[in-house]
Design a protein around this ligand. Sequence first.
Ligand SMILES: [Zn+2]
Length: 343
Amino acid sequence: MNKKTAILLDRRYHNHQISRQSLENADRIRGLYLTLEEERYANSLQFIKPREASLSDITAVHSEMYLDQIRQHAASGDPYAYDKDTYLMEETFYTAQLAAGGCLELADLIMAGEADYGFGLIRPPGHHAEAGRGMGFCVLNNIAVTAEYLRKVYGLQRILIFDFDVHHCNGTQSVFYENSQVLVMSIHEERIFPFTGSRNEIGKEEGCGYTINLPVHAQFADEEYTYLTGKVLSSVVEQYLPQIILVSAGYDAHKEETISKTLLSTSWFASITSLLKILAKDACDNRLLFVLEGGYNPTSLQQAVLATIDELINPRMLRPGIMYSERAQRILWNHPLHTHWTL
Ligand SMILES: [Zn+2]
């Protein structure tokens, strides 16, 4: 059997861990790993181990000064001295290097045609981490490091990052804000952490139009999300023609999550995967790479990640049906994305 889906998992991702309670902890992925190691997945998935991202891979995104700060705080003995959410400990930097490097390993596999789809089940997450600052549980911006690597090593000039984590990807957006070679599109709950990602943030200079934000009301559910992604993501992919689609896959918009009020069901995550598979087939020879971001209820996180993976290994290609949603359509009224893209 041709194993088209590569899954990155490694128990060294458990090593960034604190004894105090934190929403971002190793239990998020423990059960998921055990389930994926069951026999039913052995024949349908390629399991991949990470390498460490090199310093030059990392400094393509992050400043040397920030990396020094991580090391200094790790040695200081107070894990929360740097940021109230983002604990930094002795094991943190190496674990983050393995997280980013694991994504590079998946990217290599996809670029070599040895897998169509990849999913990095990594931690710590990355999309809030800016060039010079970690925040919101994020240390290194794994997906930004991956996009920069794909530009440098493979010469890609059109990379789409789609972020469905319930929080805005302030870090990823800031890295590529003036860049048209990486289009960053985010759908997220409005007026919550990190309080960025308004519809008027559209990119700057050469990157103008290549940042797309869809801040949505709390309590939007499958119907509204399917309508918005079906319309906007499909149109943008058709016009931008990405050479690869990278997905910041955060599962904290799930209705079982207490961190947000958004009400997605587990099956929405299968349905967005289905759409992404079709778009990747049409635009970029199936190249599609998921990177785990948030998701803090281990039960719903596991169910929704498995829904994604089950959809990736399913040979079926089925575009999800879109029902008209007045509430969702209102998000698009006078949205600045109309200046650059036709819906
Ligand atoms: Zn999040």
